[in-house]
Design a protein around this ligand. Structure first.
Ligand code: NAD
Length: 368
């Protein structure tokens, strides 16, 4: 494998090895034009180093786009730890990981992702300040599902306006997949607005909880099975559970006019975004809609402030509005328009950076 060819688009890739704790991790810094790299740390029993490298390169590039779109002063990065989160975790391993993060001297900030929890990073925090998303007792901002859910609501408002000419949330019906931390908050807000809801979750408790709250409010919601949620007669599909749910099987079943949700990587493949476009279904790119969590952890470094985070989350509305307009003008999918929108933002900023290169740039105004 020509490693430099493989990491061609990335600024730096660090292999972290600590025999004593068993730590095997890779940190990838994709692009720091907008600021130090920011991205979660995933722990998975990858089958090979190649698979882990593939994942971290792809995810860190995605973070560059997500940070650009959210207007946070960070670039894209990500880390992966090779190991089984059920068996291989121990405090020393996360301390060792923290030391590797610290060695990057503020070029990379990280926190939880799939397979890791805020508690794991309390140990990393002993070694470096470049950790975000820990609990409030440790100086972090805690659960990020509130701004994430708000981002989905803003996404629904601008999508409704684009498709039906009015933001009115209550005037539409929604098929919500997943009633976890984000989905339940979105569902409650839509219920309060008087919207018609179809819901599905693999967890019966999550369904029962929401149904009993709907009964208290005197609102009727329709519970459907995991398979039925794709084909119900709703206006908008709201995926808030898992990725890859827009695929060959489901894309033809959808009767909705739009897809707006928090789940990561909703499109199994780019061609499924094209198919949605051909079928006249407006897709709100997931990494734009679900940026509320990122906005919160990025903001945390300036000192936690929930109000400011919610205010910043409103930029999701404006970003989506621009993306939809660009997609319409150029006859491209909203996913392509989102990517171009982010690439333009990075290019513009990069020109500004070089314009001022004769000046001493201030140190990144983040916690040190
Ligand atoms: P969560 O784990 O709290 O909730 C997920 C819910 O989906 C659970 O109730 C689970 O039972 C349900 N579920 C799982 N598989 C399902 C299936 N096949 N069909 C129906 N329901 C299913 O997660 P969350 O924090 O609410 O996040 C939801 C999604 O949004 C995830 O994809 C997550 O990666 C993404 N996201 C979350 C945040 C955040 O701040 N929490 C930020 C960005 C993106």
């Amino acid at each position: 494998m020509d490693m430099f060819e493989k990491i061609r688009e990335h600024e730096q890739v660090v292999f972290c090895n600590d025999e004593e704790t068993g730590l095997k991790a890779i940190i990838a810094i994709h692009n720091t034009t907008l600021g130090p790299a920011l991205g979660g740390c995933r722990m998975r029993p990858y089958k090979s180093v190649e698979e882990a490298l593939e994942d971290v390169l792809r995810l860190s590039k995605g973070m560059t786009y997500k940070c650009a779109a959210s207007d946070v002063d960070f670039g894209g990065g990500k880390a992966v730890i090779i190991g089984d989160p059920q068996k291989d975790k121990n405090p020393e391993l996360f301390r060792a990981f923290g030391q590797f993060v610290e060695s990057l001297n503020g070029r990379f900030y990280t926190g939880t992702d799939m397979g890791t929890t805020p508690e794991d990073f309390i140990y990393a925090l002993k070694e470096t300040n470049c950790i975000v998303g820990v609990d409030e007792e440790y100086g972090g901002s805690g659960d990020s599902s509130v701004p994430t859910a708000m981002g989905v609501i803003y996404g629904l408002q601008i999508t409704n306006k684009t498709v039906w000419g009015t933001e009115d949330l209550g005037a539409r019906s929604y098929a919500i997949q997943g009633l976890g931390k984000v989905g339940v908050k979105v569902a409650e807000r839509l219920m309060d607005e008087g919207a018609e809801l179809y819901i599905a979750d693999i967890n019966q408790h999550a369904i029962d909880d929401l149904v009993s709250r709907a009964n208290e409010k005197g609102v009727a919601i329709k519970v459907v099975s995991g398979d039925e949620i794709y084909s119900v007669d709703a206006d908008v599909f709201v995926p808030c559970a898992i990725g890859g749910i827009i695929n060959d099987d489901t894309v033809e079943q959808l009767k909705v006019k739009a897809v707006v949700g928090s789940a990561n990587n909703q499109l199994l493949d780019t061609r499924h975004g094209k198919r949605l476009h051909e079928r006249g279904i407006l897709y709100a790119p997931d990494y734009i809609v679900n940026a509320g969590g990122l906005i919160q952890v990025a903001d945390e470094l300036y000192e936690p402030n929930k109000e400011r985070v919610l205010q910043k989350t409103r930029t999701i509305y404006n970003s989506l509005q621009r993306i939809y307009a660009q997609a319409e003008k150029e006859g491209i999918t909203s996913e392509e328009a989102a990517n171009r929108y982010c690439e333009n933002l990075i290019q513009t900023r990069s020109r500004r950076n070089s314009f001022f290169s004769h000046m001493k740039r201030p140190k990144w105004s983040v916690r040190t």
